[in-house]
Design a protein around this ligand. Structure first.
Ligand code: ZN
Length: 253
């Protein structure tokens, strides 16, 4: 089975369209949350993802932008964007976002491999896994050998087998065009994988990030693809959202 793994689309329709076009055929789509917030196309993104996703785990922005929890812990830019998003979302899409399941979830056995899906961490939906120190406890305690997480907007992986720990970062030779990086998943190695953010990367590479998980070949392929960033920025401007949101798309930060 070939699974398209997406996370943190954040209302960026241009980035999502570029990813869907680049991904090729897939058998399932796992979406790790934060479909909305920051970007200027929340309804369009939800409308595209709803019929396509096999599983969607809710993210903190999905929860907050649909009014399930308050914006209290958000910085002023995230708060302004969450308020705008809540007003912009159709009643139907708000309802759908409110009903999204909280991670961790297991999408079911695939080619004899079980995996966990979560927004932040398999241990808590709001935890960030940035470093091996953050990855240590989830790698020990997660219910399956492989877990996919998002939330940090940084494409990476963490692996552990007995006393061997590995911090895995894709090495791309080019900052131009589309690129990919293969990560074989060896048996008996516990691995956390973050496909990166489709709509708001924060690893200084502005290109949309996603991953393809191949359960037969037992590998993950990380991808980066360019998208129509000017159009995404223009929509932010038209919506009168904070200027910083458009700038950070280009900076990839
Ligand atoms: Zn996010």
């Amino acid at each position: 089975m070939r699974v398209l793994v997406l996370s943190d689309i954040h209302g960026n329709l241009e980035a999502l369209n570029a990813v869907l076009q680049a991904a090729g055929p897939w058998d399932a789509l796992w979406n790790l949350g934060d479909l909305v917030g920051y970007g200027a196309s929340p309804n369009q993104v939800v409308n595209v993802i709803r019929p396509l996703a096999t599983v969607t785990v809710r993210g903190n922005h999905d929860r907050i932008c649909s009014g399930l929890t308050s914006t209290r812990n958000f910085n002023p830019i995230a708060r302004a964007s969450a308020k705008w998003t809540m007003q912009e979302l159709s009643a139907e899409n708000l309802e759908w976002l409110r009903g999204l399941p909280q991670g961790p979830l297991e999408p079911g056995m695939m080619d004899e491999v079980r995996v966990t899906l979560a927004h932040g961490s398999p241990l808590h939906e709001d935890h960030y896994i940035h470093t091996m120190r953050d990855a240590w406890a989830p790698l020990q305690q997660m219910a399956t050998q492989i877990a996919f997480v998002g939330h940090t907007h940084i494409q990476c992986g963490f692996a552990q087998k007995e006393h061997d720990w590995q911090d895995l970062r894709p090495l791309y030779l080019s900052r131009v065009g589309s690129v990919m990086w293969r990560l074989p998943l060896a048996a008996g190695v516990r691995t956390l994988i973050n496909p990166g953010s489709v709509g708001q990367p924060r690893d200084t590479d502005w290109r949309a990030a996603f991953a393809i998980y191949d359960s037969v070949a037992r590998e993950v392929v990380f991808h980066r693809v360019p998208y129509d960033i000017a159009s995404a920025q223009e929509r932010l401007q038209r919506a009168k959202l904070p200027k910083r949101l458009a700038m950070r798309l280009r900076e990839g930060h």
